[in-house]
Design a protein around this ligand. Structure first.
Ligand SMILES: Cc1cc2nc3c(=O)[nH]c(=O)nc-3n(C[C@H](O)[C@H](O)[C@H](O)COP(=O)(O)OP(=O)(O)OC[C@H]3O[C@@H](n4cnc5c(N)ncnc54)[C@H](O)[C@@H]3O)c2cc1C
Length: 487
């Protein structure tokens, strides 16, 4: 893996307040109880939880770049719950467990807020809620199935917004209809990740940055091989997000696609005049999701899914350099906020998303190496849920069991996909069809039949039906696309 070519605006801001040489590298050999590979939210929350749960456990984190350099420091800054993924939870876990897990994911968002408060970075977290909006007529009501299912089970995390309230809340008449979910937050994700790394160190965890794991040798104990040494561990956690896709066993359940983000210059008065208030996070209902919010600093952060596709599950330079999509994303920003036509774009960045075939992350012990646990598949909505994943993984590592997780979440979701290069070429064709379909819908035209048909072949949008022992007896099959609502 190469180190990242380009930092996000978030990470640049967070690093400006730090000593650039603070992180240490491992030289030589070391021993530990649990070695966590990957210093993003998943790895860091797990390390912190594990120390809280089993303080005597020796824990080591190794990060190829610096903590927060991956998706955790590059995302759109939405900390969402799992209510928008409720259909997938229901399909995989059944009603009781789905409600329980969605409730825990909601508490995880609040938990991030408490962490920020305790660590003196309260201004990096803002519980202003999330709007699931329609920005063209075809998207209106795209949430109805989810709302109906929740209603039937007596859960009501959303409030339907009247049109005037929606426009006032979002600052744009482009929003035709929408739901509001109050328990969702915006974060400055890189400040959160960097503070988390500090908290982890203070809890006694050894953190080695610029230390890429090259291989994991496994036997009764596991050995994580780095360029400059190795770490002998009783257990290993692979918390490498989309980078885990390079491992065939994990990659079988993932499709890796970039998401791209742009940030305008800070212009608080301009935003105020245009009626764009900082705070609330907004996602629209398209498959190549638009996600955006205004920050307290007075910038609009605007992201879009469906960027570079990974060839052979490898994350290449294309995932670090978003320039190609900047103009297209800006035109979506201007469609939403035309009054901001002359605001310059000051930063743009990109990063890989670990779309899982089930729409939800999975927590698995490797088949031939049970001392190695892996977690991936956040599907572009990992900022909030990785806090919950940290609790689950810490429990699995401390107790050695399955943390009571439903079987379907402990299994890599599978579906036949063609080999390369057909997979890549097919993936591009599907993405092109989705983009054309959504463009037609923006213009109020009926999409071409061929585009609708090809768009329907999106492998992360298929009817995921866990089979046999992987399926919870109380569950029901999902039949709707597991699109991310943020990344
Ligand atoms: C552009 C973009 C926008 C997004 N927007 C949102 C959003 O608004 N809301 C939301 O909820 N989610 C969003 N996401 C997804 C979200 O950021 C992630 O799901 C979340 O941060 C998960 O964190 P992680 O720790 O699993 O992964 P990461 O933060 O990617 O951490 C994995 C780490 O592993 C390291 N690594 C990889 N290979 C090795 C190796 N061999 N050795 C050592 N270290 C290694 C990487 O450098 C990386 O730091 C977005 C993602 C991207 C890319």
């Amino acid at each position: 893996m190469r180190t990242h070519g380009r930092r996000s605006l978030w990470l640049e801001q967070a690093l400006a307040a730090e000593d650039p040489d603070a992180g240490s590298r491992l030289a030589g050999g070391a021993q530990t109880d649990v070695c966590i590979v990957g210093g993003g939210f998943t790895g860091l929350w797990t390390a912190l939880e594990l120390k809280a749960r089993a303080p005597g456990t020796d824990v080591t984190v190794v990060e190829a770049d610096i903590c927060g350099a991956g998706a955790s420091g590059r995302n759109g800054g939405f900390a969402l719950t799992w209510w928008a993924h409720f259909e997938h939870l229901l399909a995989l876990c059944g009603p009781e467990r789905a409600l329980e897990l969605a409730g825990r994911a909601e508490r995880a968002v609040r938990g991030i807020g408490e962490f920020c408060q305790q660590r003196g970075i309260a201004d990096a977290f803002s519980l202003d809620g999330w709007v699931w909006a329609a920005t063209n007529p075809a998207q209106v009501g795209s949430w109805e199935r989810t709302v109906r299912l929740l209603d039937r089970l007596g859960a009501s995390p959303y409030r339907q917004l009247g049109h005037d309230e929606l426009v006032a809340m979002t600052g744009s008449a482009q929003h035709l209809a929408g739901l509001f979910e109050p328990v969702s937050a915006s974060v400055q994700p890189a400040r959160l990740a960097r503070e988390l790394a500090r908290a982890v160190r203070e809890a006694g965890v050894h953190v080695y940055e610029r230390s890429q794991a090259r291989a994991i040798e496994h036997g009764p104990r596991a050995k994580v091989v780095l360029d400059s040494g190795s770490i002998d561990a009783e257990q290993v956690l692979l918390a490498t997000n989309a980078w885990a896709a390079a491992l065939p066993e994990i990659g079988a359940g993932l499709v890796v696609v970039a998401s791209d983000v742009i940030a305008t210059a800070a212009a608080p008065e301009r935003l105020e005049r245009a009626g764009v208030k900082p705070g609330v996070c907004i996602s629209d209902g398209r498959r190549l999701v638009n996600y955006y919010h205004a920050t307290a600093e007075g910038r609009v952060i605007f992201g879009k899914g469906g960027g570079t596709l990974a060839y052979g599950q490898r994350i290449t330079a294309g995932f670090d350099h978003p320039g190609r999509r900047e103009a297209g994303i800006r035109s979506q920003l201007l469609r939403t906020y035309p009054a901001l036509w002359d605001l310059p774009i000051e930063a743009s960045w990109s990063g890989p998303i670990d779309y899982s075939l089930s729409g939800l992350p999975f927590f698995v012990r490797l088949r031939d190496a049970p001392s190695v646990l892996a977690c991936a598949g956040f599907s572009g909505d990992g900022v909030g849920p990785s806090r919950l994943a940290g609790e689950i993984l810490a429990q699995m590592l401390a107790e050695g069991g399955d943390a009571g997780l439903p079987a379907a979440l402990r299994t890599v979701p599978r579906r036949w996909l063609p080999p390369e290069p057909i997979r890549y070429v097919g993936g591009r064709a599907v993405r092109g069809a989705v983009a054309r379909k959504e463009h037609s819908e923006d213009l109020g035209h009926r999409p071409r039949t061929v585009d609708r048909l090809v768009a329907g072949m999106d492998p992360t949008g298929y009817a995921y039906k866990p089979k046999g022992r992987d399926r919870d007896p109380a569950g029901r099959a999902g039949d709707r696309d597991p699109a991310a609502r943020a990344g």
